[in-house]
Design a binder for this molecule. Sequence first.
Ligand code: GAL
Length: 421
Amino acid sequence: MRFSKRAAVAAAGIAVALAASACGSGSGSGGKSSKDVEVFTWWADGGEKAGLDGLVAQFKTDCSQYNFVNGAVAGGAGSNAKQVLASRLQQGQPPDTFQAHAGAELTDYINAGQIEDLSSEYKQWGLDSAFPKGLIDNLTVNGKIYSVPSNIHRANVLWSNKTVLANAGITAPATTLPEFFTQLDTLKAKGVQTPLAVGKDWTQEMLFEAVLISDLGADKFTGLWNGKTSWTGSDVTQAINDYKKLLGYSNKDRDTFDWTDAEKLVMDGKAAYQLMGDWEAADLDTKGFKDYGYSVFPGNDKAYQWLADSFVLPKGAKNAEGTKCWLKTLGSAAGQKAFNTKKGSIPARTDANSADYPAYQQAAMADWKVDTPVPSCPHGSACSQGWQGAVASAQGKFSSDGDVEALQKALAAAAQQYAKK
Ligand code: GAL
């Protein structure tokens, strides 16, 4: 049910989309070989592709009897990939494995009966004790575990161009929202074109969630997704007003931008700041841009807004044994290291050695141990795909009309419709 709306949206472009998804190679003549393992992600470029490549190298070592086939569909946060995937699942043409976020988003696939129980593989591969219990709970429904997590990302990170800040006399990133507004005013007064770079709907949703965390605090923010906090409260109205003010410092063409386009404004020195998940660390590194700073979003203090990518065994996958080899590799200590050192995320496994990681991930690993975890809706840990879609379209509308009351109403209606379903 939940997928039917998305599938309808995707229907018009399905032929093109299916062709786009089959961008991999491995079976030589274009036909499918029984050794192929088609891995479906949205990690097509930059740091995301670098992470995938790291994992593929490990797969080639551990699973040399199989061929990796790249089924990536480009577009940040799966903005295109998820529609293509929904159509393929509906048509009974699943890839051998696909990327799904831990939490409510994964539960969608479980409830739709589209993925297999991996509990016995968990035991066989010793994964029961490899991941933190809280994460395993997010992968489990009715006592069965359905996916293997590859990583933990942090969403609420503020990235900056150090030179742009320094030229405006800003020596340290802001730590509170009022301080942030003051800095944005300073940047504007100094002639910085775009003090805060923003992209389209789901990236706007991320910025808005960061503001909600600042204005409501970690616990009340989490309550928005489990029914304990009302979406109609004055604190949410305040957050929408603060968010609206922030949009005033952003690029007007934001609705046409993916996250990498907004990131480019920062790299080019046209923007000072961007709120984005820590895949940006890997992407900036891959693009050779060194002049960047990072800090938690102003006012988020010790809230660690987490999300985890995980991989599944779809029902009807053509090469279930090959998929199991992929899953075993990505759950292993070597697989997690090969992937996460390049992806900007931290390993989901608890036995990693932080010294093996770049500086950003070392800091993130330390924070993850002590901070308060809060979930993310656009990245599936907080809400289902139907809820994600409703919020994204409300954000898109708000980006052009700025109607505070209408946004709050739409968010409250989405919660009413999708919470706990
Ligand atoms: C997230 C995903 C990350 C990263 C990001 C940007 O949803 O979990 O791994 O790929 O989208 O595309």
